[in-house]
Structure formats: C-alpha cells, structure tokens
Design a protein around this ligand. Structure first.
Ligand code: SAM
Length: 290
C-alpha cells in the first residue's frame, strides 16, 4: 500500500469514520501536508536498512511514509483512542507496529536491543510539544544507540537548539543538545500544515549524534550544573550566576580563580562561553573542590 494519509481529505475521512476527538493535553496536531512529510523523510535519510522509532504517530500519517522507506517502524502512542485507528490505517504496512504507551516510560534501549540488535536507531517524530525537551534529553542521556533524531518542534525551540554563543537564543538547551549532536534546521513549517492548527510556528530539526564527543569533560553532571547556573541569571556575570546558584556551593574565591584560569575577565557572562569553555571551567572547578 502507498501512503494515503497526509492529504486533508483522507485525514478528515479517517477522523470522521472514528468520530475522533482531538486531545489538547496530548499535543495533538496532525500533519496534513505531503510536502512536509517528504521533507522529513528526506532529512532523516531513511533507508531499507533502518529501524525507526516514531514518537506519537497520531492516526499514522508519517508512520505510513516511514514504513514505505524503512525496514521496520515502531510507533509509540499514548492515546488509546488512536490504537484502533492505527490498526486500520497501518493494515497495509506490515513492517509498522504500534505500542500503546507513554514514550517517557518506554525502555528504548531494550527496544533497540531486541529489534535492531543494539545497532543505532533513527528517531523520527512530529513531537507533542509539551514534552519536547524531556523526550530529546532522555534519548541522549540514556544508553539508547542512536544515529539521528529528526523531529518537528516549536520554531523557537529549534532556534534555541541550534543557537551559538552570544546570540539571544543561546542557552542551556543549546549546550545540552550540542554536547550530544550536531543540529540542523531543515525547514520551517507554518500552522496551516496541521489539523488542528497549532498556535505556534513549527520547524523540522535534525540532530545528528556526534561520532566523537566534541569536548572531553571529567564530570558531565557538574558541567551541566554550571551551565544551568550561568543561564539562570541572564545579564548577570558568570561569577554571580555560579555563586548564587542553589545547585552549587563554591566560594567567591574558587569561582574567581577558575574564571581567571579560563583566561576570561571577571565580568564575563555565561552566554559568551562556548561548550569547550564550559567543559574547561567544569574541570577547573572540579579540581578546586578536591
Ligand atoms: N505523528 C502524527 C502526525 O504527524 O500527524 C501526530 C503528531 S501529534 C503533534 C503528537 C502525537 O503524540 C499525538 O498523537 C499524541 O497523542 C502523541 N503523544 C502525546 N504525548 C505522548 C506521550 N507521552 N507518549 C507517546 N505519544 C504521545
């Protein structure tokens, strides 16, 4: 079977057949634009070798496309009202299967082990926006073997993921994502490509996992605490941000010494620091603590 969802008429027909009610709390905005679907598939570089995890298949619109190009697709959907619909829309796609579960509760590493022999999987999704960050950070921080994540997210979130030092969108999310992956915004997607229309603009972003980590850091947890602390208080100096953080307990002197060793002036702000510098700062402060 060829993918038939993605055009508005067929989507409406399916929704009416099942008398489906959209659930706002699940972030349900279904894609109704075949060009966007093609773009996502192309950006994800899906081949017949690939095992793809889809998060939130909805009525199966993108799942059909993924099944056409991938070896196997597993889609995890929280809304049980969608399960009978998916059985119907995916009946012609035997390499696609659905798990009725909250993605945040799924053991994805185990899934990759069982279904893909532990080799890297690809994640593709039009994400429910209310849990974008926990989903993406969960994937990176867990032991899931991953080659890339290609996802639709809120436009502002995509900008933050891709932002570099000194820009207004640069922050803890930029650094967290860029520590693990190389971000690339594939396309901006306006609200009229979805049913119902979201209140925000959207963008497709591809996060390609680094083969080699871009920085070496002794204590990742400490580095991320430092990052959070320095962006908690924007427009303040890095030194103040670190000193005032409830997550950290360094003295003013320890902080000043580390910043000096970093080769930065005492008035430097956190938003000017690169990932590399946060890693060095973390190693410097970690030393001082012992
Ligand atoms: N992929 C479909 C499409 O593009 O038309 C639907 C995308 S819609 C933006 C997000 C989907 O994620 C919805 O089907 C929603 O029910 C599902 N969802 C929301 N929270 C979820 C969760 N915690 N775990 C799994 N799926 C979830």
């Amino acid at each position: 079977t060829e993918p038939f969802l993605g055009n508005p008429q067929n989507t409406i027909a399916v929704l009416q057949k099942y008398n489906f009610n959209f659930q706002k709390k699940f972030g349900q905005n279904f894609l109704i634009d075949t060009h966007v679907l093609d773009k996502i598939i192309r950006a994800a570089e899906i081949t017949k070798e690939d095992f793809v995890l889809e998060i939130g298949p909805g009525i199966g619109t993108m799942t059909q496309y993924l099944a056409k190009y991938a070896r196997e697709v597993v889609a995890v959907e929280i809304d049980r009202m969608l399960i009978p619909i998916l059985e119907d829309t995916l009946s012609g796609f035997p390499n696609a299967s659905v798990i009725n579960e909250d993605i945040l509760k799924v053991d994805i590493a185990k899934l990759a082990e069982e279904r893909n022999g532990g080799r890297p999987i690809k994640v593709v999704a039009n994400l429910p926006y209310y849990i974008t960050t926990p989903i993406i950070m969960g994937l990176f921080e867990s032991q899931v073997p991953l080659s890339s994540i290609t996802v639709m997210v809120q436009k502002e979130v995509a900008s933050r993921m891709q932002a570099g030092p000194g820009t207004k969108d640069y922050g803890a999310l930029s650094l967290a994502v860029q520590f693990y992956a190389d971000p690339y915004i594939v396309a901006n997607v306006p609200p009229n490509c979805f049913m119902p229309r979201p209140n925000v603009g959207s963008a497709v972003i591809r996060l390609t996992r680094h083969d080699v980590m871009p920085v070496q850091v002794k204590d990742e947890k400490l580095m991320f605490r430092l990052i959070r602390a320095s962006f908690n208080q924007r427009r303040k100096t890095l030194a103040n941000g670190l000193f005032n953080s409830p997550e950290l307990s360094f003295t003013k002197e320890e902080i000043a010494e580390a910043i000096e060793k970093l080769g930065r002036g005492s008035s430097i702000r956190g938003e000017a620091l690169t990932l590399e510098e946060f890693a060095r700062l973390s190693d410097l402060m970690g030393e001082g603590r012992k």
